[in-house]
Design a protein around this ligand. Structure first.
Ligand code: C5P
Length: 411
């Protein structure tokens, strides 16, 4: 269970006796590979020191507006999060969130974020049972807020009943499960990612700026969605995502071989690699010596991996990317038809988006439809893309294309 790796968790801590458990929760989240940023209310600081949570999260702890402004603005922090978890969430916190208040940093963040919001209530049993709290919980639930707990049992005040905060291990498990959609359960997904390197001579190559981040995020999201994932990766410095089987390659030819070896056993193929379009016709056997003369390299087209796969008689569901600097929609639609793709994910490159960037935005096109995925960190965007892929894949199974309309197009 490590679907929390590289996930961004915004942990809100409010003023209840269970706040001491937030320290353990922070530690567990970090150990599971999550990035954690803690926001405390003023009352929380009466129960646990910001220094403790700062040390455990490895990040500054936010509690006042000015602090959020100094390190990361409150809207930026709200956007940063993949999940917001308020633990403990006091009766007062539930009331404030139900009202949509924004007069302290944590409630403003909860209002500003589009990430799923989880609350772990912790309060005296009579407060939990009170009609006012019942109403607030109902209101929050109706807006899609998820409540984790409370548990029943002995309370700090001596009462027994519902109102204990769930244990940190249970909160960790719930957050982890929230990233596991199961949308691709039982399916086999093959992903290409990163650049390729085309040898010029034994020490030099032609390459490109692809970081592999988007492809790796797609592989990670597919694994979270329950797929068995194989990743064929060009040279990048990224760690292999959890539960993904990776093979590293260098050139377009090696990538093609690695893909063809695996594709027969694949339900969905996602080509996110920035494969070289051209490669030197022949790599020099020895290092090319420097002279004062101009040097001409003769290039030939490199194999188009995606087009090759999409032309196979028993092809998987094929997804391609289209990185464009202009006229995105027209080029993407053309590419979808030219390469016979089931789905194309188009993105603009340049202006801080695309290669090497942490954020991206995508416009998806498929037969008879399209969808825009707004600018977001690549891991979040990849999860949305996987949801669309799963939906299109299942729709295709329900209504397979008539005739052989995939084979008519050539790249
Ligand atoms: O480079 P191009 O815009 O044609 O890339 C579109 C899609 O085709 C991408 O998904 C890319 O991974 C794939 N591609 C490939 N092999 C190539 C070139 C591109 O698989 N040689």
């Amino acid at each position: 269970m490590n679907s929390l790796a590289n996930k961004r968790i915004l942990l809100g801590v409010t003023g209840g006796i269970a706040a001491y458990k937030s320290a353990e929760l922070t530690r567990l989240l970090r150990r599971a590979g999550a990035e954690v940023r803690v926001v405390m209310t003023a009352a929380a600081a009466d129960f646990i020191t910001p220094l403790t949570l700062q040390a455990l999260s490895g990040q500054p702890v936010y509690s006042r507006w000015d602090e959020a402004g100094a390190a990361m603005g409150h809207i930026e922090l709200a956007r940063w999060a993949d999940r917001v978890l308020v633990a403990p969430a006091t009766a007062d916190t539930l009331a404030r969130l139900a009202q949509g208040r924004a007069d302290d940093l944590l409630s403003a963040l909860c209002l500003a974020t589009t990430a799923p919001l989880y609350l772990a209530p912790a309060m005296n049993q009579a407060m939990w049972r009170h009609a006012a709290t019942r109403d607030n919980v109902e209101t929050l639930r109706s807006r899609g807020v998820r409540l984790l707990g409370p548990a029943e049992g002995e309370q700090a005040c001596g009462d027994t009943g519902p109102g204990r905060m769930l244990e940190p291990e249970a909160l960790l498990a719930a957050l982890s499960a929230s990233f596991e959609s199961g949308a691709l359960a039982g399916l086999k997904v093959l992903v290409t990612a990163g650049p390729t390197r085309e040898a010029i001579d034994p020490v030099r190559f032609m390459g490109n700026r692809s970081s592999g981040k988007m492809g790796y995020a797609v592989a990670a999201a597919a694994a979270e969605a329950g797929a068995r994932v194989q990743l064929v990766s060009g040279p990048v410095a990224l760690p292999c995502p959890p539960r993904v089987e990776r093979v590293m390659v260098e050139s377009a030819a090696e990538m093609l071989d690695a893909v063809l070896e695996r594709v027969a056993d694949t339900d969905i193929f996602v080509a996110a690699a920035a494969v070289a379009d051209y490669r030197p016709q022949a790599a020099a056997a020895d290092k090319i010596k420097k002279t004062v003369q101009p040097l001409t390299l003769r290039l030939e087209p490199a194999p188009d991996i995606l087009a090759t796969v999409s032309r196979l008689p028993q092809r998987p569901f094929c997804v391609g990317f289209a990185a464009e600097t202009a006229d995105l929609e027209r080029h993407a639609r053309k590419k979808r038809l030219a390469k016979s793709l089931d789905l194309v994910a188009a993105n603009r490159v340049g202006r801080g988006l695309g290669f090497e960037a942490d954020d991206n935005e995508l416009h998806l096109f498929w037969e008879g439809g399209d969808a825009r995925l707004a600018r977001a960190p690549k891991p979040r965007l990849a999860r949305l893309l996987i949801e669309h892929i799963a939906a299109r894949y299942r729709a295709g199974l329900a209504h397979p294309p008539q005739g052989d309309d995939h084979a008519d197009h050539t790249a």
